[in-house]
Design a protein around this ligand. Structure first.
Ligand code: M6R
Length: 622
């Protein structure tokens, strides 16, 4: 939800800022802007609506904006429509806010997050003579900083900390002050922000890939901290204005991991990276015939003490929870509830002793998931985060963290992170079952072997992707698609449906196959596409019957089933086979054709697969 960048050093800032924003465009892409300072001259601001290339064109790829210190922003609108006046950077002075040029302002800033009490603060500032040009909460924050800066005259750190005490909500802020050329000031609460240093330069960004080309040494600034960023040096302060020291972290993953690497889209690349993402995640947990949770800190004693598991997440991560629910209940026998984080946070679910709340999140920054984690902790639950982004807020705040090793995921529609989360949950379930004695040693060994074989089976599915590509061209004109299945197949249907609708904009729904007849079947008419997931042997006949009910009402049927189930072809129009595996782990395989179907359908419609409309990669607002 918005990406911010900053740079100060000896090189021209604008091309570096544009380059960083290009890596963050997955976070928002309805407008973008830069503010750059040339020595002690006033900051020059340039904004453009639409995708980032329009800002790059407007600034001649940054060449028309001289200066070695600057900040930049790519926006996903929250307050105010996606227009020029609402685009960042925002300034403290009085201006039209609409365009480009040198700004007569003491403070210029960019912001990722949401200020909840912005209306009340705006009233206060109006009262003090400030005039507003935009509808954004960001302009209010920038003007509030300016207000304290002028009122107390003790400098930027003090003005920022006073502002932080006054605002409610989330923010990663980057600010430049007219009196402090060559420096950028940053502050953070609940929105991601990292700061990198190299010999003669410093960088800040919402995410590591934005600066990885320039440095691998980064600081993860903490909640409620402020940074003073100068060329090659960074100082951190707490809310009292006292200097604090933070550890410097060395990023070990490859910059190429965040590039398209020859694929047309990040999503297709990330679909193909699934064998690696799954293998790396499984290998980090399964070692020499054991599941090693020592890095996670979940001891056998904790596992034995559990009486209830609540899984909380959003979107695809919630679908992982839905799948894990069936696996854990079947293998371990512990009751599992799966809740949408946005609902969990406002419910009064009783959380008793022995409850483990598992929060699943790729980004580790999703606002609803973070709030749910905090609620769970307040109510005394033990918490475990399954997170992909190292050092993210959810990872830092949970009692225990299990990192998935999917690497950076750029496409808005998740694929490899989802798959890594699935196997992480599977490994956890198998270990819980071993510790609690609900499976035999033989079963344990076999399940681990099956888990380790999944990456190769995903690779085999990908080798046959052209069949899906062909089928997607046949269904490209579909208006409604229904995904149905029972048990684990229902969990897979949920993910298949989300993949389809979020990137192809075709209406689709996932239904528990047995539920369809309770109302929704009235929507089935001639040619409606119904995709049945048929991987659970004991539920196979039941779902086939539900599909037959759809066919007799005119539906066109596709089935996904396990190799060998050839009888499916008697009932459906198009069949996709996946390799055999233990049925608990089948989601990892069955989801792949559905990801490909969504991808190719989006391509057939000529859509922007990696950046679908109205969405952003990590949703850091409520
Ligand atoms: O970063 P998170 O895993 O917490 O994100 C959760 C959802 O926003 C995310 O899975 C979303 O549904 C994706 N667009 C699905 O492809």
């Amino acid at each position: 939800m918005c990406g911010i960048v900053g740079y100060t050093g000896n090189h021209q800032a604008a091309p570096i800022l544009l380059d960083g924003l290009a890596k963050l465009e997955y976070r928002g892409y309805d407008s973008a802007g830069l503010a750059v300072r040339d020595g002690s001259k006033l900051a020059e601001v340039v904004k453009a609506t639409g995708k980032l290339y329009r800002l790059a064109d407007k600034t001649d790829q940054g060449r028309s904006l001289p200066g070695t210190c600057g900040i930049g922003h790519t926006r996903w609108a929250t307050h105010g429509d996606p227009s020029m006046i609402n685009a960042h950077p925002h300034v403290s002075g009085n201006c039209s806010g609409s365009g480009s040029g040198a700004v007569e302002s003491d403070v210029v800033g960019v912001h990722n997050g949401i200020i909840e009490n912005f209306a009340e603060l705006k009233e206060k500032l109006l009262h003090h003579g400030y005039v507003f040009y935009s509808d954004t909460d960001t302009e209010v924050v920038v003007k509030l900083v300016d207000y304290y800066y002028k009122k107390y005259k003790i400098g930027p750190i003090d003005a920022i900390t006073r502002t932080m005490v006054r605002v409610r909500g989330s923010y990663a802020l980057a600010l430049m002050f007219r009196d402090y050329p060559g420096e950028v000031f940053a502050a953070r609460k609940d929105s991601p922000l990292i700061i990198g240093t190299a010999d003669d330069a410093s960088y800040l960004a919402s995410d590591v890939p934005a600066i990885l080309k320039y440095t691998r040494s980064v600081y993860y600034i903490d909640n409620l901290q402020v940074a003073r960023v100068a060329p090659g040096s960074v100082k951190f302060y707490d809310l009292n204005g006292d200097e604090v020291s933070l550890p410097l972290t060395e990023i070990t993953w490859d910059a190429a991991a965040a590039e398209k690497g020859g694929y047309e889209h990040f999503m297709l690349k990330e679909i193909h990276e699934q064998p690696t993402a799954v293998r790396d995640t499984v290998n980090s947990l399964v070692k020499e015939g054991r599941v090693d949770l020592s890095a996670v800190g979940l001891t056998e004693e904790i596992i034995r003490s559990l009486t209830q598991i609540d899984i909380v997440a959003c979107g695809s991560a919630w679908h992982v929870g839905m799948a894990a629910q069936y696996v854990i209940e079947d293998l371990v026998g512990i009751p599992v509830r799966v809740e949408l984080a946005s609902e969990f946070r406002y419910r009064s679910l009783p959380i008793g002793e022995g409850t483990l709340v598992i929060v699943i999140s790729q980004s580790g920054e999703t606002a609803d998931s973070l709030a749910a984690l905090r609620v769970a902790k307040e109510r005394g639950a033990l918490t475990l985060a399954i997170v992909n982004v190292i050092g993210s807020t959810i990872a830092r705040e949970a009692d225990h963290v299990l990192y998935t090793l999917a690497g950076p995921e750029i496409a808005v529609a998740t694929t490899k992170a989802y798959s890594a989360q699935l196997v992480a949950m599977d490994a956890l379930a198998v270990e819980m079952a071993r510790v609690r004695g609900t499976i035999t040693a033989d079963q344990f060994g076999r399940l681990l072997e099956e888990l380790s074989a999944i990456p190769d089976k995903i690779r085999r599915i990908l080798e046959d992707k052209e069949r899906i590509q062909w089928f997607s061209s046949k269904i490209a004109n579909a208006h409604d698609i229904f995904f149905i299945g029972r048990g684990l197949d229902y969990a897979i249907s949920l993910e298949g449906s989300l993949k389809m609708k979020e990137i192809s904009y075709i209406h689709s729904e996932a239904y528990a196959a047995g539920e369809l007849k309770h109302g929704t079947i009235s929507l089935i008419e001639n040619g409606t596409l119904v995709i049945g997931v048929l991987t659970q042997s004991r539920l196979f006949e039941k779902t086939i019957s539900n599909m037959a009910e759809c066919k007799s009402r005119g539906a066109y049927l596709m089935g996904i089933t396990t190799n060998g189930n050839f009888s499916v072809e008697d009932s459906v129009n198009f069949t996709v086979y996946i390799p055999k595996t233990d049925e608990h782990f089948v989601s990892s395989l069955a989801v792949v054709p559905l990801q490909l179907l969504g991808y190719y359908t989006s391509i057939n419609h000529g859509l922007d697969v990696d950046k679908p409309r109205n969405l952003a990669k990590s949703v850091t607002v409520e």
